[in-house]
Design a protein around this ligand. Structure first.
Ligand code: ST9
Ligand code: ZN
Ligand code: ZN
Length: 339
């Protein structure tokens, strides 16, 4: 049943059929791209070399961390991982991509500084890609389409040119709110100055000048190991949490509930829930701080009054969705499926 046909600006005809399918007795609507543009993978060797160096350097940094780095340098690296991580989770993801809560400007400033030190591209680009990921999840238009395998969804998507469908479909995504945010405009305009300072220069200089760390330990542990580690924890959400775990909310999609990823990615591993209810500021049904550090962070700022209008999902809506499409693994309502 064809419902929606868009013609693309480049003349390629997209026919996006929304088809009703029966999946395990559950009636669903699925997106099918029936006339995708032609695609030939084009590797970006600059990125292959840079990410190759980064990962070799990170292994050396890990070795130095175990053998010769000062304790304060390790503490500093952990703090930077947490801060950069929050700049992604509380900032780029829950605030700017999903508008799951609102933040006053001082909190947005903190988040943009944290986000810049994580160097995962400026928020404008990150959030645009992420909105495309949710809307066209696991199709050619998904920047890190997990149906192309673990490697592609983890890092491979950053090593080659994007599929033309990402760009075509991405143009239809509303990002006017991102365009209108002056803090994001500032970050975007000065990114190539601010990012190297926040991600590489300052994190390396602080241990050297404040507690006499060597340049080698500072550079490889606090900067390159910490940056690479944070990147990989983020990428696990796109790869591991799109492959392994339970599906208490919707068994027909690949995103899954993955505890190790939730802990390492500061609460972002509850990915089955998140793809079903993306507007929930907790990105999870439950607000357990031990497996969701980002929720603790946002709740603290809500208590302070800097975060407000926190969006959640009514329990009755979660319950009916669990009973309708869950895989039976939900601790409270899972019985329904096992009948
Ligand atoms: C990084 C990002 O690592 C990680 C994101 C992970 C997302 C995770 C989500 C999971 C949930 C949250 C969990 C958080 C957990 C955190 C835990 C923390 C502990 N829409 O991109 P270009 C158009 S980055 C619309 O160059 P190419 C647009 O016109 C790592 N249009 O495409 C654009 O121009 P402009 C560091 C779009 O040439 C033009 O195309 N960064 C869209 O194919 C060109 O865009 C790097 O290493 C769209 N979505 O190149 C950089 N996309 O922007 C790596 C594109 O001016 N990137 N267009 O409007 C690159 O080198 C390139 O992007 C490329 C593709 C080679 C990958
Ligand atoms: Zn996802
Ligand atoms: Zn999301």
């Amino acid at each position: 049943m064809a419902i929606n046909v868009n013609s693309s600006p480049t003349g390629v005809l997209f026919e996006e059929d929304l088809v009703d399918v029966k999946n395990g007795g559950v009636k669903q609507t699925k997106k099918v791209e029936s006339n995708p543009p032609k695609y030939k993978r084009e590797i970006v060797w600059r990125n292959v070399i840079l990410f190759g160096y980064l990962h070799i350097a990170a292994v050396y940094g890990f070795y130095l961390m175990l053998t010769s780095a000062k304790v304060l340098t390790i503490v500093w690296a952990v703090l930077l991982y947490q801060a950069g991580g929050l700049g992604i989770t509380a900032g780029a993801h829950r605030l700017w991509s999903h508008r799951a809560y609102k933040a006053k400007w001082p909190l947005r400033l903190i988040l943009v500084i944290f986000n810049t030190l994580a160097f995962q591209n400026h928020v404008h680009e990150w959030a645009r890609d992420h909105r495309v990921h949710h809307k066209y999840s696991e199709t050619n238009a998904d920047p890190h389409n997990a149906t192309r395998g673990f490697f592609f969804s983890h890092i491979g998507w950053l090593l080659c040119r994007k599929h033309p469908s990402v760009k075509e479909k991405g143009k239809g995504i509303d990002i006017s709110d991102l365009d209108a945010d002056p803090i994001l405009a500032f970050q975007k305009k000065y990114y190539m100055i601010l990012m190297p300072l926040a991600c590489f220069v300052i994190p390396t200089l602080i241990p050297m000048y404040l507690w006499n760390e060597s340049f080698t330990c500072s550079w490889f542990v606090a900067t390159l190991f910490r940056y690479t580690f944070t990147l990989n924890m983020t990428w696990l959400v796109n790869s591991a949490a799109h492959i392994w775990g339970s599906k208490p909310y919707d068994k027909t999609i690949n995103p899954s509930e993955n505890l190790p990823v939730a802990v390492l990615a500061l609460g972002e591993g509850w990915h089955n829930y998140h793809h079903v209810f993306p507007w929930d500021y907790k990105t999870a049904e439950l607000g357990n701080y031990r497996t969701n550090f980002t929720t603790a962070f946002i709740d603290f700022f809500a208590w302070l009054g800097w975060a407000y209008d926190l969006k959640t999902v009514p329990l009755s809506m979660v319950e009916s969705r669990v009973k309708r499409t869950g895989d039976g693994s939900h601790e409270v309502w899972g019985w329904n499926d096992k009948d």
